[in-house]
Design a protein around this ligand. Structure first.
Ligand code: MN
Length: 489
């Protein structure tokens, strides 16, 4: 992935004299250095300039739009900075924007404070002018308020940076499709032209026959090497090494094709495995563990989202995976959802070392595939679904609490996760169905609901959050109002 950075600009003006501007610029340099040194920002903050004129900010925005390494702009108004001089730049801004509402000093100095101090330290005043113009221009922006050395503020800024990198990653994402959408399924369909215009995704198809050719070209030595990796990472709970080697062959061939085409995500379907002996199971699982997106049954939207959320949380260890709500435990007061897929769950979420097992697969009409079997780890997570409503995309984000599965399920031959969705299982089902969320989701222990909200805002799509505070009544009203608003947009 690219080495992304974020540009820091400070608002001011000439009114207070050059001495004040020098202090402002010095402080901006100091602040950026200390924020970088905090270790709480996942990407570097680069001080660009103290803005005094229309031309000043216009030049920076032009430069930012063309700089691939710049994933966003962070702005703050140290003094009052008249906003009409920012308008020409803002109407051309194509990068994510964060307004950091902070001030240099933590406290009001009782003895020292006089009118010179007031003129220099008027972020409370300057930030309001800035808030007005960004509101007036209907700019999508993140606002973070708080002291710039406060840990919570820096963590929130870091969290937003990750969401902004998700935007940059999205805009250059290519998705490889093998086969079409599963026959008759609606929710995994979508407008690929609109998705490219909105998200930047290049979603294109490659013949399964080409993949089969690529599989034939894989050498024994390549398979031997990958088998060694499997041995390091996974426990072999099968003697059927030929079946495992076949998955290695599939993985190597898929990876080569993805890398050759610059694709970071792929889909396939059990309905189109022409010339293949097994549905890729272990192969797909291990590709996801390496950061590639995947969606089953032709689900390119979920595949793209898996890749993006992995990019947002790279270097984190909690895990992000393709997931599907499978079945419920409806015992009163002890309700859970069991999530799994017929094979393809990413081992990044595993609580313990995954086992390679070989079992019969009832659909697809192919040989028994090798797959990784494990339990997902405990802890808070989100389940996210992206649907196409015709006039817009809707991103639905559900807060969940993953638990150790309350039973062993020794005869279930796939990876599994058990969770309690917020606010409770039955309410969450009613809310999820009301919003139209898919059976396919991205389950992530690393990415937060706030980050997905930030990402949706930057992508200009609808965001629906089902949290501990959601009620079916409030959700229904919000969806009704959003429907009206999106018709007008
Ligand atoms: Mn599925």
């Amino acid at each position: 992935m690219k080495q992304y950075e974020f540009w820091f600009v400070v608002g001011s003006q000439f009114l207070y004299g050059t001495e004040v501007l020098e202090i402002v610029a010095e402080r901006a340099v100091e602040m950026v250095q200390k924020m970088n040194d905090s270790g709480l920002l996942p990407y570097k903050l680069v001080y660009k300039d103290t803005i005094k004129t229309n031309a000043g900010i216009t030049e920076i925005v032009k430069e930012a739009n063309y700089a691939d390494e710049c994933a966003g702009i962070v702005a703050w108004c140290h003094t009052f900075s008249p906003s009409k001089m920012w308008i020409n730049a803002f109407v051309n801004l194509q990068k994510p924007y964060c307004h950091l509402a902070t001030q240099y000093n933590l406290t009001i100095p009782n003895e020292e404070i006089d009118m010179d101090f007031m003129n220099l330290n008027q972020a409370a005043h300057g930030d309001r002018e800035h808030g007005f113009i960004t509101a007036r221009l209907r700019m999508p922006r993140k606002i973070i308020a708080g002291y710039w050395q406060d840990e919570e503020v820096l963590k929130r800024l870091g969290s937003w940076m990750r969401a902004a990198v998700g935007v940059a990653f999205s805009k250059q994402l290519r998705i490889m499709r093998f086969g079409d959408n599963m026959r008759e399924v609606a929710v995994t369909e979508g407008d690929k032209v609109e998705a490219q215009a909105k998200f930047g995704w290049q979603v294109n198809t490659w013949p399964v026959g080409r993949l089969v050719e690529a599989m034939d070209e894989v050498t024994d030595a390549e398979i031997d090497a990958l088998m060694e990796v499997y041995r390091e990472k996974f426990e072999f709970a099968t003697d059927d090494l030929e079946t495992v080697r076949y998955q290695a062959r599939e993985e190597i061939a898929i990876k080569k094709m993805l890398d050759q085409e610059g694709c970071k995500a792929f889909t396939n379907t059990f309905e189109d495995l022409y010339g293949m002996r097994q549905l890729p199971g272990l192969a797909t699982q291990h590709l996801m563990a390496q950061g590639y997106g995947y969606g089953g049954e032709g689900d390119w939207k979920t595949s793209a989202l898996v890749a993006i959320m992995k990019a947002m949380s790279r270097d984190k260890s909690g895990g992000t995976t393709f997931m599907e709500d499978y079945t419920y435990h409806l015992e009163k007061g002890n309700e859970y959802t069991l999530g799994a897929h017929m094979l393809e769950v990413c081992p990044s979420i595993a609580a313990d070392k995954p086992r390679i097992e070989v079992h019969h697969l009832g659909i697809g009409g192919r040989e028994e595939p090798a797959r990784l079997v494990f339990e997902g780890r405990e802890g808070p997570a989100i389940a996210v679904s992206l649907i196409d409503l015709g006039n817009r995309f809707r991103l639905i984000c559900q807060d969940v609490e993953c638990v150790k599965p309350i039973m062993d399920m020794p005869n279930l031959p796939v990876a599994r996760v058990m969770w309690r969705p917020m606010p409770d299982l039955l309410t969450s089902i009613e809310c999820w169905l009301t919003a139209g969320g898919a059976h396919h989701t991205v389950l992530s222990y690393d990415v937060t609901a706030e980050q997905m909200r930030d990402w949706a805002r930057m992508m200009d799509i609808e965001f629906v959050h089902i949290s501990k505070d959601t009620t079916p009544e409030s959700l229904e009203r919000d969806l009704f109002l959003a429907d009206l608003a999106w018709k007008l947009k």
